[in-house]
Design a protein around this ligand. Structure first.
Ligand SMILES: Cc1cc2nc3c(=O)[nH]c(=O)nc-3n(C[C@H](O)[C@H](O)[C@H](O)COP(=O)(O)OP(=O)(O)OC[C@H]3O[C@@H](n4cnc5c(N)ncnc54)[C@H](O)[C@@H]3O)c2cc1C
Length: 468
């Protein structure tokens, strides 16, 4: 609970109209897209510029008030749940594209700009910003950077990290640092840009980002391959890569997911297939033609019973949109949807998909699987009901086994969704205790009062974390 004096101090920095302490606002920011995790903040504040963010940080640091930076709250790891109260910082007033530099092919943005807006602004002048998380219509670049988000184009173009050249960051004690810049090369000291990327709001507050743009590809084609056996789809993924073709998109959807997505999007997806691959290639016209032809052959050789190429841009876009709607479609079926992102080397996809199905059977839980198969990044999604305690215990056990299997296969517990509070108990599986200790020391060096997004990534002390 914040004192009236502190609230007045915040109001003197941002203006009374930009600080909310009413019940409805606190409730609205007590949760994010993650199931079954909720805690009330003490205030919700929308600063208008870096200076205001810095002043807010100084006050919070002095009084040990937690700061939870929040984009659109679409994270799936309870990354913005205010577990220890404190202030939720919104960036709805810091949502401008500050500059597009066509000489250096960069775009400089404030943290609250939507990902889709960045893509469209680049596209309008023949440039390309590739990272495209399924949430890109509403997710913000500050959130994307803090989670190092991937997307449907990750296989060929990489993830957010590959497109962040520089950052402006407000540190917990209010100091403002600039990292990187409009530079193709920069090895001056530790790479602080990369330290902040993926740090999930635990080290500082991103107030500006300089992004890399690339030329827009000349042509693209989208295709679907249908399978009676999901192992054949998984084999195809490895086979395409083994044949040294790197498509932009190589997405996998199992039958339960296809059925639900089709019911939701109604675009004629083949619900009779046990699994489908959605594949897209872009580049020079002749390269796209050749790759799509070769990929079609590989799909057939690996057991696809049907391969079709989208006939128009509109058809291609509706396929991609339908894929992006997979989570929304699945979440209509049951009160609680838990989406995970176990990731394995591409060569292990078939084994991982089989293991997920076996584990779901063993614990008698419903798990649909889709994901960025080309990246080995699967999204086993459990449809359940958080009110059923007994079932939730089985769900937890199933996911723990899935994470262990992913690590056993040389993979990781999260490919793109981050740790937050949800995967905190499993970080040791990937980082080990010594790795976690290094991270803790970095955190303490930058944020000695532990005010930045407490309760995320790793524990500090038991009293600091309160889950609902
Ligand atoms: C339907 C759906 C589809 C999705 N598809 C994908 C996908 O394909 N790939 C993928 O990687 N993820 C995906 N996600 C997860 C999520 O959308 C991403 O993690 C996204 O980057 C979060 O953006 P956001 O603006 O909602 O951030 P939030 O959820 O609000 O915040 C995410 C993290 O960033 C921190 N943060 C936010 N802004 C700042 C800032 N300015 N400074 C410091 N820290 C900050 C927060 O504290 C938090 O830790 C999906 C989610 C949904 C609901």
């Amino acid at each position: 609970m914040l004192s009236a004096a502190i609230i007045e101090e915040f109001a003197s920095i941002v203006g009374t109209e930009h600080i909310k302490v009413d019940d409805a606002s606190l409730l609205a920011y007590s949760y994010d897209s993650t199931a079954a995790c909720q805690a009330l903040p003490d205030a919700v504040i929308s600063p208008g510029n870096t200076e205001e963010v810095a002043k807010l940080a100084q006050v919070c640091n002095e009084h040990h008030i937690p700061i939870i930076p929040r984009g659109s709250g679409t994270n799936l790891c309870a990354g913005t749940t205010p577990l220890s109260g404190g202030i939720v910082l919104l960036f709805n007033r810091m949502n401008q594209i500050l500059e597009i530099d066509e000489k250096n092919l960069t775009m400089t943005v404030q943290p609250g700009v939507f990902t889709k807006t960045i893509f469209e602004a680049a596209d309008a002048i023949g440039l390309f910003y590739p990272p495209d998380p399924g949430s890109m219509h509403i997710s913000q670049i500050g959130g994307n950077i803090s989670e190092n988000s991937g997307g449907l184009r990750g296989l060929k173009y990489g993830v957010t990290n590959d497109y962040v050249l520089g950052l402006e960051v407000v540190l917990p004690h209010g100091e403002v640092i600039r990292t990187g810049g409009k530079l193709a090369k920069d090895v001056a000291g530790y790479n602080l840009t990369e330290l902040i990327i993926g740090s999930e709001g635990t080290l500082g507050i991103i107030t500006e980002a300089t992004l890399k743009l690339i030329p827009k590809p000349e042509a693209k084609k989208t295709m679907l391959a249908l399978y009676h056996d999901l192992k054949d789809a998984a084999k195809t993924v490895s086979s395409i890569i083994e044949n040294r073709i790197i498509p932009v998109t190589l997405e996998f959807l199992d039958q339960p997911t296809v059925k639900v997505v089709e019911e939701f999007a109604q675009i004629g997806l083949p619900t009779e297939a046990k699994a489908i691959l959605l594949i897209e290639q872009d580049g020079a016209e002749e390269v796209v033609e050749r790759d799509i032809e070769n990929i079609s052959q590989l799909c057939r050789q690996n057991g696809a019973f049907d391969v079709s190429i989208a006939k128009s841009e509109k058809e291609a876009e509706s396929l991609m949109t339908a894929r992006r709607a997979a989570l929304s479609a699945l979440s209509r079926l049951m009160p609680t949807t838990i989406l995970e992102d176990a990731t394995v080397p591409r060569s292990e996809i078939a084994k991982m998909v089989t293991a997920i199905n076996d584990i779901a059977k063993k614990y008698d839980v419903t798990i649909c699987t889709f994901g960025h198969a080309g990246d080995g990044n699967l999204h086993p999604t459990c449809l359940t009901d958080a009110r059923n305690q007994e079932e939730m215990e089985r769900v937890d056990k199933a996911f723990e086994e899935i994470f262990k299997k992913a690590v056993e296969l040389g993979g990781t517990i999260t490919g793109e969704h981050g740790i937050g509070a949800m995967k905190l108990p499993y970080l040791y599986l990937k980082a080990g205790e010594a790795g976690i200790d290094v991270m803790r020391q970095i955190k303490k060096a930058i944020d000695p009062n532990l005010i930045m997004n407490p309760g995320k990534m790793f524990h500090y002390s038991e009293t600091e974390v309160t889950t609902d």
